[in-house]
Design a protein around this ligand. Sequence first.
Ligand code: IMP
Length: 437
Amino acid sequence: MAGTCIIGLQWGDEAKGKLVDLLTKDMDVVVRYQGGANAGHTVVVGDAVYKLHHLPSGIINGRVLNIVAAGVVVHPETILREIRSLAERGIDVRGRLLLSDRAHVVMPWHLIEDQLWNLAVSGENNIGTTLRGIGPCYRDKVGRSYAVRVGDLLRSDFPNRIREIVAARLPVLRAMAGSQPVDLDADTIIEEFAAFQKELRPFVVDTTRVLLDLVEQDKRILFEGAQGSLLDIDHGTFPFVTSSNSSGVGISAGSGVAAKWLTKMIGVCKCYSTRVGGGPFPTELLDEIGEQIRTKGREYGTTTGRPRRCGWFDAVAVRYTRRLGGIDRLALMMLDVLSGLPEVKICVAYELDGERIDYFPGSAEALRRVKPIYETMPGWQEELTDARDLDDLPVAALNYIRRIETLVGCRAEFVSVGPDRAQTIICDDVAAVANVT
Ligand code: IMP
């Protein structure tokens, strides 16, 4: 059995959706195991563009089974909207989508709380969440008392549970809101969720058991990470992170599949860096080069539409997340975006308090103080979107990806030069083609 895992090595938005779609043809099952509707995965097939927030990206392929596992926080309305929108485009998910009864549900009070926190915290302390209720939902999961799981939605005593939780949460939310009104009514929620219950019921199962069976049946399973390793709640740039384990360490916890079955780890990163929301970003470009990358890379959030912060490739950060994820091969995305720059830079080390360091600091406070140390390489002027083979790339681009491989400590298996499935180079040996060591 091959458990192939796709992990973002930066701050999310690494174009993981494209890679999942590409690899799905050789899979039986695609699994999402953490995060929720905060994700934004884009899949482009010919002229068709699919933007998914919640369903696994494998859903576009009519053949594979898609599983939303226990570690995901489910927003029923978003899931149902995606199911309907796919149906309108001729993609029927019935019989191909399973939703864990153990997954926790993002409830209306979580969304309100996320909004209120976002308003309450300003300046550089603001995490800048996607406002999808992710943090409050995971907090209630860990806190247990006010948690709601997908399985609970189907229980006959669900209305009582809603009344109980609304009674407990409303005073807290009102205190947070101050003079603003808080729109939270138990009866409205009960009615709304009764409709969800009906539509979701056919998909809900114990996905942990299903996955354990699939593993024993030797099925080919693809684990689709959401967000990126630097947003991992334990190993990322805390507190400017999401509330799940979005690095490789989250796969077993979120899916229930033991680590020994995870046989191939693919680390996905852009050939530059982006970050959306608050938090330290050592290689951020606040100049016209950053603007050029944003425009050419269409670097605006799939979920929130916010402009993404853009910067040079940070090899210190990606070497760290490559090691954290036990990554076997890299997928280097968006190489085409760098065409036209006279030179390209890679951050090879940091300076922290006057000292050169080559590790990624464990605290956001230290990361804010580092200064990137760059290596500068010649750029290339050729457009790369038609390249289909390493031989089609200019030497400067080959040297750039070879340098990334060396600094990160891992070979590239994929180089992406555009959003379409076809715009992907499957690499054998970049060093041999580039004729460099
Ligand atoms: P949350 O996950 O909505 O709580 O947001 C926490 C942080 O993670 C914020 O900085 C978000 O911008 C960031 N974030 C969450 N999901 C994604 C994603 O899918 N791509 C990029 N950043 C994300």
